[in-house]
Design a protein around this ligand. Sequence first.
Ligand SMILES: Nc1nc2c(c(=O)[nH]1)N[C@H]1C(S)=C(S)[C@@H](COP(=O)(O)O)O[C@H]1N2
Ligand SMILES: [Mo]
Length: 438
Amino acid sequence: MTKEKGIHELYAGNSRLADEVVWGRKTDSLSRRGFLGGSGLAVMSAVLGASIPFAKYMPGGLIPAALAQSDEFFSIPGKSGLVVLNDRPINAETPAHLLDDPITPATRLFVRNNGVPPVTWDIDPLAWEISIEGEACMRPKTMSLGEIQKRFKHYTLQLQIECGGNGRSEFYPPAKGNQWSTGAIGCPEWTGVRMRDVLEACGIGDNAVYVAYTAADTHLSGDPTKEPISRGVPLHKALEKESMIVWAMNGKPLPELHGYPVRMLCAGWPGSVSGKWLTRIIIRDRVHDGAKMTGQSYRVPCKPVMPGAAVADEDMCIIESMPVKSLITYPKSGIETRVNKPLQLRGHAWAGDSAVKKMYTSINFGATWRSAKLKKPANRLAWQHWTATVEFPQAGYYEVWARAVDDRDRSQPMVVPAWNPRGYLNNACHRVAIMVTA
Ligand SMILES: Nc1nc2c(c(=O)[nH]1)N[C@H]1C(S)=C(S)[C@@H](COP(=O)(O)O)O[C@H]1N2
Ligand SMILES: [Mo]
């Protein structure tokens, strides 16, 4: 169903771009009106795998039901099974059961773009330049990616990345923005250098407060003086050994949509601090004030507010660590099983800057909980894998709930936590539906 809605939204938004995403090619003849003219009809027949006897009656812009209702059809190149929330900019999330891999493959990592990505497929990645500068940079420099790779030690780490708005769709009153359900999270393995090493080579001044990025993507308006996004982290976060400048994901060059040829990665914080298509690192002498750093972006009320309240900018605080959270990645919600038959569950849990200490599951809407088996992370700031076995005492409809607790004893809430104007930080327990037959 989400797909069907997705495809209609896609076409309502920008039909030319939609055709490109849907049919995998740019073509003017395949425009929304007169969809079935000449080559359009040929392409559609090829995709459907059959000719269309009554093609002449088919309205222009109609999306064939066979495609609108198919899971496989609606795809972004290089992605598989993701739900597209927006096509301009491209935003797509991953259904929970497709996040089952211990290390998230590129095909299953959510995409969150704020602007128009640069065209980078034809560049020389080693010649890509990053300048390191700012009020608190003592020896500003421009370094090519090739130079960075030669000069600094390489590290490979599994690091989770989650959008600050993941879970937004559950807030009421609704918050504007991409209506993420649970799928704006992933944990690939990244290769690069420590940001700390690069910053130290350029001299970190005593006045350094924040480390920020700017990037090569452009503003949706087309206005070259505007940046789509430029965020950062306090110096202490930038200097952590897991804060990296990376060029590879799962042993391969970064996919274009994820920042090729090089991005920043500060795991455990809202994904928006991890700048893709990195062009500049700025060592600031103040809290960074770039695009989506100020106002209400990636901020929550400093003190709790009533749902629906308007909050003044000065009462909004920057989000730092993300909260404790977990997913059930097996089984898929809605499966059927039998009474008293053990059912294996599995998933992942993560907790921003912290580690997950305990994992629980419940089959009775949270009345009682049982400990799950929880593994240690591959390294700090990687998600952790958990498994559990449940049995259902009689036939009927059940929900399995999963709840993680971090190493400071903070638990996921069973219901949606504090409402906030932009709908960030929803870490409510994940639930899957199970039908049990006799
Ligand atoms: N240059 C640039 N970097 C960016 C963004 C962007 O739009 N432009 N989006 C940010 C946001 S909001 C998130 S959640 C992550 C998403 O990373 P991904 O698309 O690789 O999953 O990238 C961040 N880095
Ligand atoms: Mo994000």
